[in-house]
Design a protein around this ligand. Sequence first.
Ligand SMILES: Cc1cc2nc3c(=O)[nH]c(=O)nc-3n(C[C@H](O)[C@H](O)[C@H](O)COP(=O)(O)OP(=O)(O)OC[C@H]3O[C@@H](n4cnc5c(N)ncnc54)[C@H](O)[C@@H]3O)c2cc1C
Length: 433
Amino acid sequence: MAEKYFKYVILGGGVSAGYAVREFVNQGVKPGELAIISKESVAPYERPALSKAYFFPQGPARLPGFHVCAGTGGDILLPEWYSAKGISLILSTEIVKADLASKTLTSANGDMFKYQILIIATGSTATKLTDHGVPGADAKNIFYLRDIEEAETLAKAIKAENRKVVIVGGGYIGLELSAVMKINNLDVTMVYPGPWCMPRLFTAELASFYEGYYASKGVQIIKGTAAAGFNSDTNGDVKEVKLKNERVLEADIVVVGVGGRPLTTLFKGQLEEDKGGFKTDAFFKTSVPEVYAVGDVASFPMKLYNDTRRVEHVDHAHKSAEQAVKGIFASEQGKLIDEYDYLPYFYSRAFDLSWQFYGDNVGEAVLFGDNNPASENPKFGSYWIKDGKVMGVFLENGSAAENKAIAKVARLQPAVDSLDLLATDALNFACNI
Ligand SMILES: Cc1cc2nc3c(=O)[nH]c(=O)nc-3n(C[C@H](O)[C@H](O)[C@H](O)COP(=O)(O)OP(=O)(O)OC[C@H]3O[C@@H](n4cnc5c(N)ncnc54)[C@H](O)[C@@H]3O)c2cc1C
């Protein structure tokens, strides 16, 4: 069994790992000092592509085209870039044991990795229906989507003719995948338990647009119920989805997107936790010296709202990784950097739609614009107002300038005198701040 030492180790090879490496290079890391250890078989890539362009029937996104930092318009870090910089990219290697006291990580095949500074970037795993004991959920052709191998298996499965697809879940993954499955001319039904899709962010009015739009594209939507079990044929291939409301749907392919869970188990009992992740300070230092946590697994101080949050979105994955690495180099040089001051930013793209959201969706929601799914050029959004101040803004179909303006509004939280005026003159309000 091999034993290797690196000054810096990033555990995980996803979005934040990729952006962390770029920052290490910007900060002048020396050849041989840095390693990424990832159970994936490819260099870090932009995970959001997996539920969008990866499934386009024409010109689908494929590696190396969406390695980081393609998502932010930066240079694409190809596998050979890492070796040219003297960075060890240790792929297909799952760490199964972590001992922070002896600064040792052990892989599934017994290799040991020692480090001085560790960045934990293990991300999340998809919630499985089998974990919840849903009968028949281990049938073949029931898919989850977290990594490129799963995306590739699903891409192959949808190649066969006349496939009936049932999407379980009405969140990001459900909405984006239903759209790309429909673009591939498949028969698509979405099932979700809530009264409308994406209830954690969408108001009923926002959701009614997307549900109407999806219906107009031929996606069937069944709300207020969930998958209670699956029937399969003698080959073990899924054939039916049994719903809690007793309905039974035919299915050749099922894709489940019912949420995720941060991957923290390796460090149980070794690090302080909060909100399901590792508690960090504003520089992503955990409760153990020289151990950092970034991306989905970090529970960090959200300065803007004076509380602690865990955020499962790429923008935070990029920015937390960069902040951690800047902080590491600053402390080595005895310098100080600013605290992390994050403005939540989420986005999604499906069909020819595209929305952005900034801030916090708390308080009273004020709808603006044209949210009629039958309109030729629908453009609408919502403000969230609390204690007379704007807390969050959502905008569908915004221009680059308008999206920039709503980000500024969410950051500055201006006072609002009249909700009616906000509803009728929404974008001027944002653009004039
Ligand atoms: C299909 C999909 C679409 C998405 N779309 C959007 C979007 O449109 N907008 C948005 O804001 N966010 C989106 N997200 C969320 C976003 O991708 C994540 O928030 C982001 O990837 C988090 O980055 P991370 O580095 O923390 O984790 P990840 O990118 O998940 O990387 C974690 C890495 O750690 C590795 N790992 C874990 N455990 C071990 C171990 N024990 N040993 C070795 N390696 C390990 C994993 O294999 C993986 O390489 C999407 C996520 C998915 C799955």
